[in-house]
Ligand binder design. Structure first.
Ligand SMILES: NC(=O)c1ccc[n+]([C@@H]2O[C@H](COP(=O)([O-])OP(=O)(O)OC[C@H]3O[C@@H](n4cnc5c(N)ncnc54)[C@H](OP(=O)(O)O)[C@@H]3O)[C@@H](O)[C@H]2O)c1
Length: 293
């Protein structure tokens, strides 16, 4: 079995978590809506994640909705003391599966209570405010009102730590004046490098950066350069993509998603994959104009 502690640790709030974690979104049904096709398979992935040493799981009550958190509770409750479950609020699903902003104090309060109930906990360790000014990536707009509401829930003891998701540098600066921001979760991977400068700024401030879609999301990464490096190292492209993120910056925490135990094991082996400097250089060019992915 892979020793995932080889990925190192980073402090999230007041806990050190391993840099290789797990993202639970893929456990819901197609389109992250409704129940999974293979319920027992979903429970098995969660149990395997913990057995493999994972201590950081990313989720949301709007996955399903409710389904992913209920699966986590069924598979893993009572939770080990060292497991950090990170959730997110700020969206709600329409009856057609659409993703809609849910930013009022009332909606945010009810989302925190949904997460508490469905995860079966008295307090949420980390809650990301998922910003929804645009569904396709960060867009400017004040987050003062929803973040102030979330900070109020933190003062009540329902939320221990706060993060932000799908945000700009300006929103992180605004948010830091309202609450302590311990992590940022934005889209980032080998081929999607908009946050390069932001990652380095957050690293300098000790704030974790948690890329979503680390493997490309619903369209897993494909690139000749990635495949060539993987073949040369005797690894899979997904392992190389994750190993590149681990080397990209020390504050990056990985939450690759999968609904398959086999893919989970494959992904975790990235913790032990060494990338030589020339491979890093070649991979680094995928997301730039020199080579297109
Ligand atoms: N804050 C946000 O707005 C936001 C948005 C999206 C996601 N997230 C979080 O980020 C986590 C990661 O994102 P994600 O799960 O959407 O995308 P991802 O990790 O980039 O990729 C997941 C996709 O890759 C496939 N996959 C995984 N391992 C594989 C392997 N070894 N070989 C081949 N295919 C593989 C999965 O299919 P299989 O199931 O078949 O393995 C799935 O289709 C989510 O689970 C969620 O917790 C947050």
């Amino acid at each position: 079995m892979t020793d995932i502690s080889k990925s190192g640790t980073f402090t999230l709030g007041d806990r050190a978590v391993k840099r290789l974690g797990y993202g639970a979104m893929q456990l819901a049904g197609p389109g992250v809506f409704g129940p999974p096709k293979n319920r027992n398979g979903a429970l098995a992935v969660l149990r395997e994640a913990l057995a493999a040493g994972i201590d950081h799981i990313d989720t949301s009550d709007f996955y399903g909705p409710h389904i992913t958190n209920q699966l986590i509770r069924e598979a893993l409750h009572p939770y080990p003391d060292d497991l950090t479950i990170v959730t997110k609020i700020g969206a709600k699903r329409g009856a057609d599966g659409s993703w809609n902003r849910a930013f009022s104090a009332e909606e945010l309060t009810s989302a925190v209570h949904d997460n508490l109930r469905n995860l079966g906990v008295d307090a949420l360790e980390v809650v990301n405010l998922r910003v929804m000014f645009s569904i396709h990536g960060p867009a400017e707009g004040s987050i003062a009102a929803p973040l102030t509401a979330l900070a109020g829930l933190q003062r009540q003891g329902l939320v221990r730590h706060i993060g932000l998701s799908n945000v700009t540098a300006k929103q992180i600066a605004e948010g830091s004046g309202i609450a302590q921001i311990i992590c940022v979760q934005n889209q980032y991977n080998l081929a999607h490098r908009d946050d390069d400068a932001l990652i380095d700024d957050l690293a300098a401030s000790g704030i974790a950066y948690v890329p979503f879609f680390p493997l490309g999301g619903f369209s897993p990464l494909q690139s000749t350069e990635l495949s060539d490096v993987a073949a040369r190292l005797g690894a899979t492209p997904m392992q190389v993509a994750l190993a590149w993120l681990l080397r990209r910056a020390p504050n990056i925490l990985l939450i690759p998603g999968t609904s398959s135990v086999e893919h989970l094991r494959e992904n975790l082996a990235a913790a032990e994959l060494e990338l030589p400097q020339d491979a890093m250089a070649m991979l680094g060019r995928i997301g730039t104009k020199e080579v297109s992915a």
